[in-house]
Design a protein around this ligand. Structure first.
Ligand code: SAM
Length: 226
């Protein structure tokens, strides 16, 4: 536990550093008022976006957070023309909007797809995956807002299950979903079980064996056969 505390303190310095951020994501971030800028899953999703996003695609960055890291990386580095960033915390969306008056990204406060219109070629989600009953949850996330941001309900997979159930209705034909998790915190079997139940098909995975972050690239079964 001591070693884990040491790791958390040092990794937090790295993840809150604006110079490191600029090197990784290609633009200068707003002040880190809401905690660290990124986590290991953000980095794996960044790789997935590089592989799967083209400038003419419509992207939905679900759970964009206060810095809208993936939305802005898609817009400013990958030159994606149509980016929507959504988050269910009003204060985070307000900060994202306030600190990004010019990029043209559309920011929406929404509990998953409740306020989302239209269809997207790519939907990315760095999902909250911490089990709401785990001791880790109270140690790592002492405030209610932090728990709302990072806890994924019972077993850490309730939000993921809702996302998998609802997302296909917002996908364009042939569209893909990029579901990012970290298997250090959330069980591989539990996440795969939810994907299996959803009827979606995993067409590829991006795994980082060191950080345990993992992105599942998903399609509807009928599209995956094409
Ligand atoms: C792990 S953070 C990811 C932040 C950022 N996208 C990144 O990759 O670094 C998860 C984000 O999802 C948001 N979120 C959690 N549950 C959500 C829900 N039901 N609807 C919309 N956003 C949600 C949280 O507020 C948080 O900003």
């Amino acid at each position: 536990m001591k070693l884990y505390g040491f790791y958390l303190r040092h990794i937090s310095l790295l993840r809150s550093n604006a110079v490191v951020f600029r090197w990784l994501f290609g633009y200068t971030p707003a002040k880190a008022l809401w905690g660290q800028y990124w986590d290991w899953t953000t980095i794996t999703l960044r790789t997935a976006l590089r592989r799967h996003l083209k400038p003419d695609m419509a992207l939905l960055d679900m759970g964009c957070g206060p810095y809208a890291v993936l939305s802005r990386f898609a817009r400013e580095k990958l030159r994606c023309n149509e980016v929507t960033g959504a988050d269910h915390c009003q204060e985070l969306i307000d900060y994202a909007k306030q600190t990004d008056p010019e990029s043209g990204i559309k920011y929406i406060c929404s509990d998953l797809f409740d306020n989302i219109d239209g269809r997207f070629a790519l939907i990315a989600f760095n999902a909250p995956y911490i089990d709401e009953d785990s001791s880790e949850q109270t140690v790592l996330f002492p405030t209610a807002l932090n728990r709302k941001r990072f806890c994924g309900g019972k077993g850490g997979v309730q939000t993921i299950a809702r996302f998998l159930r609802d997302a296909p209705a917002y996908l364009q034909p042939g569209g893909k979903m990029l579901l990012g998790v970290n298997h250090f915190h959330s069980g591989r079997e539990a996440v795969r079980g939810e994907i299996f139940k959803s009827g979606l098909r995993t067409v590829a995975t991006l795994n980082n064996p060191v950080t345990k972050s993992c992105v599942y690239i998903l399609m509807e079964k009928c599209d995956a056969k094409m």
